[in-house]
Design a protein around this ligand. Sequence first.
Ligand code: ZN
Length: 139
Amino acid sequence: MNVAQVPLVDYLRLGEGEPHLVVHECQGCGARYFDRRNACARCTGDAFERAPVAREGVVVSFSIVSVAPPGLEVPFVAVMVDCGGTLVKGNLRGTAPEIDNVRLGLPVRLTTYSLGVDPTGAEGVGFAFVPADAGERDV
Ligand SMILES: [Zn+2]
């Protein structure tokens, strides 16, 4: 059975080559936004085009989260990743959420994971980052 995949966020693209993120890029100054804008906050331009975000990056900030609302499994590692100049917020998976496993400058790459399948057979798909040397093991 072929399962329809539904990305968790609009800026996660599935089924167009490798899963990747896309931004709205200002044609006036190159500023990048994940959400749709009527005007650029940097230059006030109003022309945007979709642009892909690099699938690889480095951790520029992180926090090991140990308190979260009910239903969220803790601890987990929230990261800010510089993907070729585009900052992306996400979580680090594929490694235990311990201070010895994450550091500033850690090379990471984008990955996707299943959020589950609904009664219609549609699978929700989220994105995260894994250490670049994590291989293809499940995250
Ligand atoms: Zn701009």
